[in-house]
Design a protein around this ligand. Structure first.
Ligand code: GNR
Ligand code: NI
Length: 169
């Protein structure tokens, strides 16, 4: 197992569109284990392969308090969405930044598990937000892309300031 380094904005590699996994194998299962370890070490509730510079369509999530609900999705596709919700999002690639984003309230997603078995997941609320956020990463999209130009500029300036303060501390 290994904790992998997480790419941070504005790293251009975060804009990469990930390719489908051809055949889930032992190497993929090892990688998914590393993704879970990386996500838990960073206190995240989700992680997309893109964020650890692997451009394959793989995401992990766990909304539980105690690492009891690990979910790994390979080649996820949204089948259906319903409703909308506003949720305050953060992202491990934008440490310390939070912003309200509007997304679907419910999603039905088709994917493979790590053994290549097809599964359909229905999610609502925070897990639905997380899955949509991670699937965006796989297409090179990040949560600040949803903000107005003014709001985005303000937020990114804040990120810059935090980094300068951290660097001079
Ligand atoms: O850890 C994370 N928390 C979070 C909070 C609200 C909405 C989305 C997320 S996902 C984020 C981890 C991450 O960056 N995944 O890509
Ligand atoms: Ni993210």
């Amino acid at each position: 197992m290994a904790v992998l380094p997480i790419l941070e904005f504005p790293d251009p590699r975060l804009r990469t569109r990930a390719e489908p996994v051809v055949a889930p194998d032992a190497e993929l299962r090892q990688f998914v284990d590393d993704m879970f370890e990386t996500m838990y070490a960073a206190n995240g509730v989700g992680l997309a392969a893109t964020q650890v510079n692997v451009h394959r369509r793989v995401l992990v999530a766990d909304m539980s308090d105690d690492h009891q609900q690990p979910l790994a999705l390979v080649n996820p596709v949204i089948l259906e969405t319903e409703g909308s919700q506003v949720y305050q999002e953060g992202c491990l690639s934008f440490p310390g930044l939070y912003a309200d984003v509007t997304r679907a309230l419910k999603v039905r997603v088709k994917a493979l598990d790590v053994h290549g078995k097809e599964l359909v997941v229905e999610a609502e609320g925070p897990l639905a937000v997380c899955i949509q956020h991670e699937m965006d990463h796989l297409d090179g999209k990040v949560f600040v892309d949803y903000l107005s130009p003014l709001k985005r500029a303000l937020l990114l300036k804040r990120l810059d300031k935090q980094r300068r303060q951290a660097a001079s501390a």
